[in-house]
Write a protein that binds this ligand. Structure first.
Ligand SMILES: NC(=O)c1ccc[n+]([C@@H]2O[C@H](COP(=O)([O-])OP(=O)(O)OC[C@H]3O[C@@H](n4cnc5c(N)ncnc54)[C@H](OP(=O)(O)O)[C@@H]3O)[C@@H](O)[C@H]2O)c1
Length: 256
């Protein structure tokens, strides 16, 4: 199969490209560095020509681009797929809990899911929890000997490789007739954010930080404290455990 991977050179996109390659498929990366810009649509129609499926992982970490890339780029991609002679199966990576979370990025991810739902094309949305690297970066934030966190926050991070593998499997499976959600995907272990902060501190050889838990004020912090980003009982759990992942990371963790 010929499968386009938006953001194929990004952290998750690389995993999808590798999984597709292992399974013998032709994987084509599409992002600005290969001449495809989701903000403008430049290069989209060309790269989609002849594609059987599209795995959409491209996104931005810049808050001022959430509307144009996270939402607008996803909608533009969906419309370009709808304009194909034979619309490809579009597989989109989203995040567990985006439908109940007021954080601006999560609201845009959910709006992007809804934009795809409104199009007459086969779509599969896979929601995953936070990747191990993000969990480590968030929980590992410290100010000198202190680490700050939201009281009550838990996290169940997932191995990025299993997410890439699952996206590749979905893209190479028979396409649904319309919009569908795959079973949510999460890692096997749930941690208090404080526990991750301690594991990361030990790994980096720093003293274990004194944890200062701030009460959850405002909708975003409350949603994290209330476990909105945690997987439900029906989620698939799997992949490398957080502690195993940490074991083979360099002492100075790569920045997210
Ligand atoms: N991190 C997590 O914990 C987590 C958890 C669940 C789901 N996710 C989802 O996973 C996805 C990928 O995350 P990631 O960590 O792999 O991101 P990443 O490493 O930042 O990669 C994103 C890619 O998007 C491309 N891109 C950015 N703006 C673009 C534009 N205007 N047009 C075309 N391509 C553009 C970039 O390539 P160029 O610079 O070449 O354009 C980049 O390689 C996101 O959708 C995110 O919501 C992440």
């Amino acid at each position: 199969m010929r499968i386009v991977v938006t953001g194929g050179a990004g952290n998750l996109g690389r995993e999808v490209m590798a999984a597709l390659g292992r399974a013998g498929h032709e994987a084509v990366s599409a992002s600005r560095r290969s001449g495809v810009d989701l903000r403008t649509g430049v290069g989209l129609a060309e790269v989609l020509r002849g594609a059987d499926a599209v795995v959409h992982t491209a996104d931005t970490l810049r808050p001022w681009e959430f509307r144009a890339v996270t939402l607008g780029g996803t909608r533009r991609l969906g419309e370009a797929v709808a304009a194909m002679e034979r619309p490809a199966h579009l597989v989109y990576i989203s995040i567990v809990g985006v439908d109940h979370h007021p954080y601006a990025y999560y609201r845009m991810k959910y709006a992007a899911e809804m934009a795809l739902r409104d199009l007459p094309i086969p779509v599969t949305v896979l929601r995953a929890t936070q990747f191990h690297s993000l969990a480590a970066a968030l929980a590992g934030m410290r100010i000198g000997p202190l680490s700050l966190g939201v009281r009550g926050m838990q996290i169940q991070p997932v191995d990025i490789a299993i997410v890439g593998q699952r996206l590749a499997e979905l893209a190479t499976s028979p396409a649904p007739t319309g919009f569908t959600r795959a079973t949510d995907l999460a890692g096997p272990d749930r941690f208090a954010a404080r526990e991750i902060a301690e594991l990361v501190a030990r790994h980096t050889g720093k003293s274990v930080p004194r944890r200062v838990d701030v009460p959850a004020v405002g909708g975003t912090m409350r949603a994290f404290a209330e476990g909105v980003v945690l997987p439900g009982p029906e989620a698939d759990l799997g992949g490398e455990r957080f502690v195993e992942w940490l074991d083979h990371q360099p002492r100075i963790l790569p920045r997210r």
